[in-house]
Design a protein around this ligand. Sequence first.
Ligand code: ZN
Length: 486
Amino acid sequence: MNSFTISARRLLASLGALTLCAMCDAANVDYFADNGYGNPVSTMQHPAAEHFNGVTYVAYSGPHEDPYIAAYVHATGQWIGPVQAGINTMGKSPDQVDAGELDNHGRPALVVDRQGYIHLVFGAHGGDPSFGENKFGTPGKGRLTHVVSQKPGDITAWKTLENISPFGTYTQWVKLANGDLYLFYRHGSHRSDWVYQKSTDDGRTFTPEVSVIKHKQSAGKPTVDDSWYAWFDNGNGDTITASYVYHPCANPGHSNLRINTYYMLMDCRDGSWTNVQREQLTLPVTKESADKLTLIQATGTEKSQHGTCHVDADGRPHVYFRFPHGGVRYFRWDGKAWLQPTTVADASGGGHDGDFIIDSPLKIRMLLDQNQEGTGAVGWWNTNDGGRTWARGANVFSLKDAGFEVTTLVRNAHPDARMLVAGKMSDQEHLYHHMYLIGDHGALGRPEAEASHLGDRLELIKAMAKGSPKKDAKRKKKAGLNDDEP
Ligand code: ZN
């Protein structure tokens, strides 16, 4: 598109806005950025967004898999950014057209500290072996990187803080009410412990890593390692919950099997962990102690994947896990036992993912993505009977010929901005995706020219991608690989 076209369109848009509608902007598009790259967001690296002092900050992988951040000012309805906040050392140049070439594990997780500084951690799938010995597992790729905004509430300038381990992936920020920050992550590639580092000074210094869930050779199985996929978030008061699944990893090699569901929680006052019955756990939790003390359900050979977990006013956990062949299943502890899990949304229409809100122990709302006959939608699923039955509620946002990648709910969300999502069109020859911030009034859009950040990248990609049978073959071979896997 040449500059004349843009000018003409802008002019027409302005005229349209003046003559047709004084309030709305006819040129608005639903997305706030067009430069989400690869699999730009996930529920695993979380949160990807936070509402703080009237502004919702959102972070995702952009060009070169670098972390990008944008800010939506609720009072004025204006967007700022996106801007690049750092460099992902796993990024590749030039732009890739083969999805299998991207790692995706280096997506950013975002938190705003008490003073309003914004922090992102990103950029690793384990951490490069050149950083030395990984005391908690196997190294991998990239460098776990922590950047902070140079000023509170200002996304335009960033600096790197070298105060966390270079080894890691699946970064997850938990912020307590008193402002203490906990950075949870897997300390390396898939055969590694899950650890946290704690900061009581707004992310300027962190404690050394504390191992929470241990990887090790499986008892009696020399070619299997006990590994885990875990998800951490606030419980009630000064507690942090962990919901997780077991990964019997083939060593050497890898397998994509994940089974069972587990739950436990930490008392942040003394760093102790207990199971749901409040029996003390010895850290790090092993496969043996997890099976004995923290198991929710043994799933047999049925594959389970992490979901999200929240607690109700009584401190009782509600959890969902994803079952590739069984859909989203909801689990609830009623004070005495885990109730029989129920299906929220079945597996039709591809993978569901998302997060939920507990209004009361019996009233829960899940915001999930779903693809039905080519139309991607993010919508509510509701229960009023403690999860015994679930009913499809209203769509928040939908797109024809598209699917979504979703995040967990925005921390401290404004109702207008509940979830950051990437919209992936079903037939496109490049890996760039529109990014949306959606809430109770749909997507928070902006004028098309402001949402455009790709420059001539798509033209360059088109020229590059022509006639490459080798790449096509490679793409087919790698199709279906979920980047959550290793
Ligand atoms: Zn593995």
